[in-house]
Design a protein around this ligand. Sequence first.
Ligand SMILES: NC(=O)c1ccc[n+]([C@@H]2O[C@H](COP(=O)([O-])OP(=O)(O)OC[C@H]3O[C@@H](n4cnc5c(N)ncnc54)[C@H](OP(=O)(O)O)[C@@H]3O)[C@@H](O)[C@H]2O)c1
Length: 335
Amino acid sequence: MRQATIKAPGGLENLAIGEAPEPAAPGPGEIRVRVRASSLNYHDYRVCLLPGALADGRIPMADGAGEVEAAGPGVREFAVGDAVVSCFFPEWQEGDERPVDFSTVPGDGRDGFARERVTLPAAWFTHAPKGWSHEEAATITTAGLTAWRALVVDGGLKAGDTIAVLGTGGVAIYALQLARAMGARVIATSSSDAKLERLRAMGAEHAINYRTTPEWGEEIRRLTGGRGVDLVVEVGGPGTLAQSIVAGRPGAHLALIGVLTGRSGEIPTALLMARQQRLQGLIVGSRAHQKDFVKALEATGVRPVIDRSFPLDQLAEAFRHEESGAHFGKICVTI
Ligand SMILES: NC(=O)c1ccc[n+]([C@@H]2O[C@H](COP(=O)([O-])OP(=O)(O)OC[C@H]3O[C@@H](n4cnc5c(N)ncnc54)[C@H](OP(=O)(O)O)[C@@H]3O)[C@@H](O)[C@H]2O)c1
């Protein structure tokens, strides 16, 4: 079977496509999955770029979707032919014992889904939403579930709330769609006027260019009559957090998801305290969260926005497309 691996010393130019032996037949509690699609996340990009940090030969990609080819003894949840999607933290099945690092994450601490077949525990997957393509389903594992957890699990989103989403990447667009489907209002930002138009067309009540309006937090306050938003989907990190605090109402939930602008920086702690806001870091979610999310996707009819798909042998080109920032929503890989 074909697979992609990251060769030492890392970097997109060292992503290699090669042949590998087929995986073993599934043992007790395992399934063999014909992986049909993955989707790109900033996390996967960082993993591929990190020089020397990973074992030579690591198979990248945290997201995997496909169909069950064979089920081992004792597997009751899945049958041959079922469409499944992988879990970001395979061992975080449910509850509050959150993983604290990426050592168990496919495509990082262990091999991921840039390959045609895997034999793995059935509990490392959930069903995909009915009627979805494998590419659509692949977007659930990381970007989709992160948006769901930020809004619903941690953020307690309810109809009538107003949220802010930053930029037009995979997490932000999912968050916009979920919030709209759940009856919330959305204010979105982007660096591109063309993308701002698309955000408005998708239901954003206001769309702000964060390049030409660097004080976009103040602008959000103005647009909300001085109140501020209930929740911010914070994907920028140190370069955007100060404006997110400005944009949030007193008591707002700030879901700290990303570090697109860097890994550390200054936070206006006095303002955060004065506004009595809740700043909460999160990394994706558990399998139980994913099962709830899949149900919500089926009920709301939300379908992910796929910017573009690349075949597996063009994985490096797919990452270069992500690197360019030209995308809107998710970039997928067909396998
Ligand atoms: N904590 C978690 O569980 C988790 C899960 C998934 C992702 N993440 C993190 O979340 C971040 C976004 O991930 P993603 O997969 O959605 O990335 P992505 O698809 O690559 O999105 C990147 C987009 O972010 C926007 N952006 C860049 N700099 C910005 C800034 N200063 N202000 C506002 N928007 C900015 C750009 O939008 P425009 O082109 O419109 O300007 C860009 O297209 C990354 O840091 C990623 O590691 C975290």
